[in-house]
Design a protein around this ligand. Structure first.
Ligand code: SIN
Ligand code: CO
Length: 392
């Protein structure tokens, strides 16, 4: 693979050791960047009801901010002023193969950590204001130039500007100032104040990561856990004694309760399985291709015999875990346990840049593998297409 975004000299291991989740880094491009998508195509996507988009506008002094959610119309765009607006289109990797291809070079971070590629198209002076994100981001400059101002570390306690849904920082003290050109990549760790302002027309590609908060983890994990617990597993009195003061709830009961909770939390397989399902849950579950009427294995094989091909849904989120006694496949929030033999095929399946021809026959060679392909089809992670479509 010829690197196109990251320069040949980029040291992945060094980046992970010294910068990832720690400090910002400006990676100057190799000079050969060409945008995989045009501003017109992005505006077209922002007119689709199934695509998430926002339009951010400010006054020339960048003190007043306005944000509108898509879908938009051509009229919305033709009514825009010449400067100080930015159109943000979310998850373009799900809709555009060229944009999806940008993720290839970021395989030094596990794929399940990547959330999406968001693209901003801005006019001169446009930007989304000074803010911070709770997740890591690679900001790849496409067309045009942008000035990035970086501030210090901020958090949920930092005061925000009132009256805007943009979560803009009330106080922003730029400490670094970088002008980026096409192909330059700015990496920002979570919780760092930043503000990008377009210099002329500009396109920026943001690779954002899934970084759930501990509150979100506990919330979802405990909801999943309680589903598995039978009602007859209950509180019990350990070492009951006649109480000297019947109204007293002794401090030592806290230890017993913690013990009871711990026992449930310490199941490693359960925690890993929950996390795999959580991190592969679809970004837009409402757009799922899951079949209302699931196909049987026989019917799927028949379609394939008749010349149809199985392709990976570009929005599918797949990951796997190896165990001593088999493997677990996570697919769009579903858990699909596999044998050791089938587990050996999962790395190929879970790499979004392999073609189905590279792994499909190996799966179909066993009954278990054919069942797995059918389950993935029924969950909407794979779809059937006629042969010509797969050549496009
Ligand atoms: C932008 O592309 O201008 C905004 C991206 C960000 O700051 O996260
Ligand atoms: Co940001």
């Amino acid at each position: 693979m010829t690197p196109w975004l990251l320069p040949e000299t980029f040291d992945r291991a060094l980046f992970l050791r010294d910068y990832w989740q720690k400090k910002p880094l400006l990676i100057r491009g190799s000079g050969s960047f060409s945008d995989p998508i045009s501003p017109d195509e992005l505006a077209g996507l922002a007119c689709e009801s199934i695509v998430e988009s926002r339009l951010v506008q400010s006054d020339a002094a960048r003190t007043g901010w306005k944000v509108r959610n898509g879908p938009f119309t051509e009229k919305d765009f033709s009514a825009l002023p010449p400067t100080h607006w930015s159109l943000l289109v979310q998850a373009v990797d799900q809709w555009h193969e060229g944009v999806r291809g940008m993720l290839r070079e970021f395989d030094f971070i596990p794929r399940w950590r990547i959330d999406d590629v968001m693209i901003s198209v801005a006019s001169d002076g446009g930007g989304v204001g000074p803010h911070f994100d709770y997740y890591d981001v690679f900001l790849i400059q496409g067309l045009g130039r942008k000035r990035w101002q970086l501030g210090g570390a901020v958090d949920s306690q930092s005061p925000l500007l009132p009256d805007t849904d943009l979560r803009l920082l009330k106080h922003f003290d730029p400490q670094e100032n970088w002008i980026v050109e096409p192909g330059d990549i700015l990496y920002l760790p979570p919780n760092l104040a930043h503000y990008g302002i377009a210099i002329g027309d500009s396109v920026t590609y943001s690779i954002g990561f899934r970084t759930p908060s501990v509150a979100e983890i506990l919330d979802d994990f405990s909801a999943a856990l309680v589903q598995d617990l039978p009602p007859d597993l209950r509180y019990f009195d350990s070492d009951p004694e006649v109480p000297a003061r019947p109204g007293e709830l002794r401090a030592s009961v806290a230890e017993q309760i913690l013990g009871l909770i711990h026992t449930q939390l310490l199941d490693k397989r359960r925690a890993g399985r929950w996390f795999g399902r959580y991190m592969t849950s679809p970004k837009y579950p409402e757009l799922s291709n899951a079949s209302a009427e699931p196909l049987s294995v026989q019917t799927l094989l028949q379609y394939l015999d008749d010349g149809e091909v199985l392709l990976r849904n570009p929005a599918a989120r797949l990951a796997f875990t190896d165990h001593d006694d088999g493997a677990d496949l996570y697919a769009d929030g579903h858990l699909l346990p596999c044998s050791k033999a089938l587990g050996a095929l999962l790395p190929q399946l879970c790499d979004p840049f392999t073609e189905a021809v590279d792994w499909l026959d190996a799966f179909l060679a066993s009954t278990e593998g054919a069942r797995l392909m059918t389950d993935l089809y029924n969950h909407g992670c794979l779809y059937l297409a006629d042969d010509e479509e797969s050549d496009d």
